[in-house]
Design a protein around this ligand. Structure first.
Ligand SMILES: *Cc1c(COP(=O)(O)O)cnc(C)c1O
Length: 406
């Protein structure tokens, strides 16, 4: 019955996979909670959760149940037909947020692609073809399709692919005057991450998001929040906009939404949604029953006071460990972020060396992340045990000592 299992090793990556990634030397084969085991049986502490994806850790029993139960019923049916898990998930997302309508996709980039297309279509329909400019922030990250890399604020991801999509302006993040200087009646949308993730775990200031909201309203532009990384409980609220009290017109979610199963979603208002009529946008896999059944269960679990307050408590536990460590080693100038999206900014002496800390952590059987060359990032499971935090931080201290002591 079972397929023949040919032996594979890390070296095969460099032979058979397109070289867009440079994965670590070990190959994870199994995970449970915040622990991962590699091919050789080595146990690692996982403070990455697949880049803020496995919101409930690895192999959560409720998610296995949701997935396998749905797997026995209906995997895929296409959007020529609707399905119960998609309708249930959308109903719950609408009940839990500002949104009145949901569009399902399979990734963050696709959710953003839908958001950007909707913003342009909305402006086109209501104000005419001249209103298509989109303003986004420098250092922002919105995905890897051509539209999303062009809107993302890192030229290294968008250069070298031929002509870019026109009408996109980048401004410094957290700089309201800069936004005010470029927004106009030609602007159809302003796109922001309430907490920049890839750009260095940089939270927005409240006044910045409030000001962006006002500027959008004054210019008939939609405000889009990309909460692909900072949403779904990661900030300690269901979505980070709730922490700020600033409501967007469109919000995108992915990563943690599926708890490890690929899914993306664009949430929006009735007024915006109705500018997308039948056939204007679409997807084959978006809203498939398997992904939606799992995400529904993730949402049920994450959107509870126990989990969300637990995220805030875990934030404090991480922070106290990191502060203690920093008193000893003085390697960070700032420990920032919210909930379980935590960034440690390297001091001048260690600037550009985030990868060295990542490598040292691996040697100590610890999985951490970078957010650029100058920031170490922690995005553990929202339900990580206190003991795993403590063990992870002990290993992290040993990794730091390795780097500091050369
Ligand atoms: C990861 C990420 C994306 C892209 O998501 P994919 O699922 O990789 O397409 C978009 N926006 C933000 C803020 C992200 O962190």
């Amino acid at each position: 019955m079972s397929a023949s299992n040919i032996p594979v090793e890390r070296a095969d990556f460099d032979k058979v996979i397109v070289p867009t990634f440079a994965p670590a030397a070990f190959i994870p084969v199994r995970g449970l909670g915040s622990r991962v085991w590699d091919q050789g049986g080595r146990e690692l502490v996982d403070l990455t959760s697949g880049i803020a994806v496995n919101a409930l850790g690895h192999a959560h029993p409720a998610l296995i149940e949701a997935l396998t139960e749905q797997a026995g019923k209906l995997w895929h049916i296409s959007n020529i037909f609707t399905n119960e898990p998609a309708l249930r998930l959308a109903t719950k997302l609408v009940a839990a947020t500002f949104a009145e309508r949901v569009f399902f996709a399979n990734s963050g980039a696709e959710a953003n692609e839908a958001a950007f297309k909707l913003a342009r279509r909305y402006a086109h329909n209501l104000y005419g073809p001249e209103k298509y400019e989109i303003i986004s922030a420098l250092n922002s990250f919105h995905g890897r399709t051509l539209f999303t890399v062009t809107i993302g604020g890192q030229a290294k991801y968008s250069d070298g692919f031929g002509p870019k999509i026109q009408g996109i302006t980048h401004v410094p993040y957290n700089d309201l005057a800069a936004l005010k200087a470029v927004i106009s009646d030609k602007t159809c949308a302003v796109v922001l991450e309430p907490i920049q993730g890839e750009g260095g775990v940089l939270p927005a200031e409240r006044a910045y998001l409030e000001g962006a909201r006002e500027l959008c309203d004054a210019n008939n532009a939609l405000l889009i929040f990309d909460e692909v990384q900072c949403g779904m409980g990661r900030s300690g609220s269901l979505f980070a906009y709730m922490d700020y009290g600033v409501t967007p017109d469109i919000l995108t979610s992915a990563k943690g939404l599926g708890g490890g199963f690929p899914i993306g979603a664009m949430l929006t208002t009735e007024a915006a949604a109705k500018q997308f009529s039948v056939g204007v946008h679409g997807t084959t896999f978006g809203g498939n029953p398997l992904a939606c059944a799992v995400a529904e269960r993730v949402l049920d679990i994450v959107n509870t006071p126990e989990i969300l307050q637990g995220v805030k408590a875990r934030h404090e536990r991480f922070k106290s460990h990191l502060n203690t460590l920093n008193e000893r080693y003085g390697i960070f100038t700032q420990i920032r972020g919210a909930g379980l999206l935590i960034g440690c900014v390297l001091a001048d002496a260690w600037k550009g060396r985030a990868k060295d800390f990542f490598d040292a952590a691996e040697k100590e059987a610890l999985m951490i992340l970078q957010a650029g060359p100058d920031v170490l990032r922690f995005t553990p499971s929202l339900t990580i045990d206190e003991a795993d935090i403590d063990e992870g931080m002990m290993r992290f201290e040993r990794a730091v000592a390795r780097v500091v002591n050369g």
